[in-house]
Design a protein around this ligand. Structure first.
Ligand SMILES: Nc1nc2c(ncn2[C@@H]2O[C@H](COP(=O)(O)OP(=O)(O)OP(=O)(O)O)[C@@H](O)[C@H]2O)c(=O)[nH]1
Ligand SMILES: [Mg+2]
Length: 377
């Protein structure tokens, strides 16, 4: 992927620059405000970090290009992995590095292999340290082994990141203008950043893409929740309506029928309270929701994330948003959830600033984060 930053005095101008250079295929990876020191003082500029697939780069420079047809990670890798995840027996916890080495049959490394046992040991250690579940580590190791003739200590890291990237599934926000609004609901546990996410996406959709946005809040549960959205909507000049009862939903959607997107903000719910989840479902069932995003905090443990992802299945989510990546030090948990629940990531959020701190999910960026433990700044 070719990545470039575009700076301009307004988001709209930065977006125009990006489109001129990269065209409509460009993916926005992030936006932020930067202070630039000029002769006459400091000015505020908007910066868009944007990426576009670059086939030449991919074939000549990147690690993928090093692989020939025989060694390229196979297309059925994901199927293989989902089989592995089905077979996970967490109670049979063979904790040691050795058990992974044994299972991956590293002893069978070819004599002339450049991928030595020490290198593999180091890689396994690293992957476990990033809190990637053992069955996934085993699968990654199995793949490294398949390309053992090509791997050495200089390209091992790239190889691992590329293998992780092939496991990361992402989705895109797509808007087909069909003359009616796209309805998008955010669901998830308490305090993970659902409302902040809606504010970021609503502001970006309005400012960058010139879209007409409406918001419906069904969070009459938490004190101050409506005020939080009301203030944002007033400043941004976005219509915000409140549903007090499930029966309000159809008429509110009708009121916003001229919008391009309607975001629905739901109350944070504990996954342990199935009645609360049912209540949210009852509100959402009154209308046609096009997409539902499960918002999760990247600071939660894999065990908690699994429990949340399982219990929230009742709300039939399509994609995941991982928030607070700026506060997390490991990201293996994200990979574990994605693989176990077979659901893509659509956005990551990396701070509290609206609208800057949100990034469209990109598998290479996420793989890098998972392996290095460093979030995109
Ligand atoms: N550091 C950091 N803080 C975030 C991020 N996203 C949201 N927050 C903060 O998390 C807190 C909770 O955010 P909200 O958007 O109110 O969370 P919510 O999920 O709507 O909360 P409830 O509606 O009460 O369930 C706020 O202080 C946000 O500023 C993020 O990506 N990074
Ligand atoms: Mg909220």
């Amino acid at each position: 992927m070719k990545i470039k930053k575009f700076l301009a005095p307004t988001l709209r101008e930065a977006s125009a620059k990006m489109k001129t250079e990269f065209g409509d295929e460009a993916i926005i990876l992030g936006t932020r405000v930067v202070n630039k020191q000029l002769e006459y003082g400091t000015v505020k500029l908007f910066e868009i970090t944007s990426g576009i697939e670059d086939e030449n780069d991919l074939e000549s420079n990147s690690f993928q290009g090093l692989l020939d047809a025989n060694t390229r990670p196979e297309m059925d890798f994901k199927a293989e992995l989902s089989k592995v995840s089905e077979n996970i027996n967490r109670k049979k916890d063979q904790n040691s590095l050795l058990s992974i080495l044994d299972t991956a049959k590293i002893k069978s490394l070819k004599n002339d292999s450049k991928l030595t046992k020490d290198l593999l040991n180091m890689a396994i250690d690293n992957l476990l340290h990033k809190e990637i579940d053992k069955p996934i580590v085993k699968t990654i190791v199995g793949h490294l082994k398949k390309s053992q003739q090509l791997i050495n200590d200089n390209n091992l890291e790239n190889y691992i990141i590329s293998t992780i990237a092939s496991l990361v599934s992402t989705s895109n926000f797509e808007l087909e203008k069909k003359g009616k609004p796209k309805v998008v609901a955010m669901v998830g546990p308490t305090g993970v950043g659902k409302t902040t996410c809606i504010a970021k996406l609503a502001a970006i959709s309005k400012i960058l893409h010139n879209l007409n946005i409406g918001i419906i809040s069904i969070d009459t549960y938490r004190l101050g929740a409506i005020d939080q959205l009301r203030i944002f909507s007033d400043i941004s000049n976005i219509d915000m309506l409140v549903a007090y009862e499930p029966g309000d939903m159809p008429k509110l959607v009708k009121q916003l029928k001229d919008k391009d997107i309607i975001f629905i903000d739901t109350a944070g719910r504990s996954q342990k309270n199935s009645k609360d989840l049912e209540q949210t479902k009852y509100f959402l069932d009154q209308i046609n929701v096009n997409e539902t995003y499960l918002v999760l905090s990247s600071t939660s443990s894999t065990k908690n994330l699994f429990d949340i992802a399982e219990k929230f299945k009742v709300l039939k989510y399509d994609s995941l948003i991982f928030t607070k990546i700026d506060e997390s030090v490991t990201f293996g948990n994200m990979l574990n959830v994605m693989v176990e629940f077979n659901v893509p990531i659509i956005y990551l959020t990396n701070g509290q600033v609206i609208p800057d701190d949100i990034i469209s999910a990109d598998s290479e960026v996420i793989a890098n984060m998972i392996y290095t433990g460093k979030a995109l700044a």
